[in-house]
Design a protein around this ligand. Structure first.
Ligand SMILES: C[C@](O)(CO)[C@H](O)COP(=O)(O)OP(=O)(O)OC[C@H]1O[C@@H](n2ccc(N)nc2=O)[C@H](O)[C@@H]1O
Ligand SMILES: Nc1ncnc2c1ncn2[C@@H]1O[C@H](COP(=O)(O)OP(=O)(O)OP(=O)(O)O)[C@@H](O)[C@H]1O
Length: 282
């Protein structure tokens, strides 16, 4: 069995520019991976099928699983007739806005590229990833990147300066499609994406923290009061920056000091079922 790590992502910015004719939204977002990861294992099967094995009851074990879809796309593209077993050890909260399923799909493409020694380039793997979901191409290489188009046009950026990332996921469900469907361009306050990129170029942590913005946040907030409550607790515990990731519901805090990260963690532990202290990934 060979193994791949599948890290979660957070949005430092998320801007929506317009709705496209294909129904997707043109976006501009700065995303970065954090060290909360699923672990995926891959091995060949003699029979030509894809088998998903996970102990997490929220992870589908059939075609609905993005790792299953990635394996099918990979097998088709590379003309592979043997089957594959994929073990998913799930650590990223499910349906959280942290791209858990997307990262599993990307890890599957990378893992099968190693398992079958197919020598695909990152570019080829990103093209394949587009067929599975808008966040999957970013997850092929991860790190810190500017994602445009519907999320699949990628430009590498300098990493988020080293810090603690406290993630808090309230126990509520959010539909990404529903949040995008509620986008209202008239009332939108667009993020200063260029200033965040400049701050990353200068490795200026406090300017990054001052500019964290996500146009989907007010939409998800209007449906779930838990999100502003978590943000308020994080701010009261002296987080350097706070934002909702993706379409939510996970909210994160960026902090330099470990003692503050601990304080935020402790203040939220009773309120949220799932709270994690992790690091940004270089
Ligand atoms: C919110 C984010 O997670 C931020 O990274 C992504 O934009 C969403 O990425 P994702 O979950 O991989 O999205 P997909 O599985 O491709 O699309 C789910 C649904 O979200 C909406 N969607 C998604 C991406 C995009 N650029 N415009 C959209 O309008 C569409 O209604 C689509 O049917
Ligand atoms: N490998 C997977 N891990 C978790 N959920 C998966 C997976 N494959 C498919 N799913 C389905 O996708 C749904 C969304 O889960 P996921 O954890 O990918 O959401 P997300 O983090 O909000 O995604 P994104 O940030 O890309 O919008 C789940 O409810 C689950 O049914």
């Amino acid at each position: 069995m060979i193994y791949e790590k599948a890290p979660a992502k957070i949005n430092l910015t998320l801007d929506v520019l317009y709705k496209r004719d294909d129904g997707y939204h043109e976006v501009e977002m700065v995303m970065t991976t954090v060290d909360l990861s699923d672990r995926l294992g891959f091995e060949c099967l003699n029979v030509n099928k894809v088998v998903i094995d996970s102990e997490n009851r929220f992870v589908p074990d059939d075609h609905r699983n993005l790792a299953y879809q990635a394996a099918q796309v990979f097998k088709e593209y590379c003309g592979i007739k043997s089957g594959v077993k994929i073990e998913i050890d799930k650590n990223i909260p499910v349906a959280a806005g942290l791209a858990g399923g997307s990262s599993d799909a990307a890890a599957t493409i990378r893992g099968l590229n190693r398992l079958f020694t197919t020598n695909l380039t990152n570019r080829e793997m990103e093209k394949m990833a587009e067929q599975i979901g808008s966040d999957v191409p970013f997850c092929i290489q991860g790190g810190t990147q500017l994602a445009t188009g519907r999320g699949e046009v990628l430009d590498p950026l300098p990493p988020l300066p080293p810090c603690y990332v406290v993630l808090a996921k309230p126990n509520i469900g959010v539909s990404t499609k529903e949040v995008y469907d509620r986008v209202n361009f008239e009332r939108m306050k667009h993020p200063h994406t260029k200033k965040v990129i400049k701050a990353l170029n200068n490795q200026d942590f406090s300017s990054v923290c001052d500019r964290l913005e996500n146009v989907l946040e007010p939409i998800t907030v209007s449906m779930h009061k838990e999100i502003p409550q978590i943000k308020e607790q994080m701010v009261n515990a002296e987080a350097d920056g706070v934002l909702m990731s993706g379409s939510g519901p996970t909210v994160y805090a960026l902090v330099k000091q470990e003692s503050k990260a601990d304080r935020i963690y402790n203040s939220l532990k009773g309120f949220c079922q799932e709270v994690y202290i992790v690091h940004s990934l270089r």
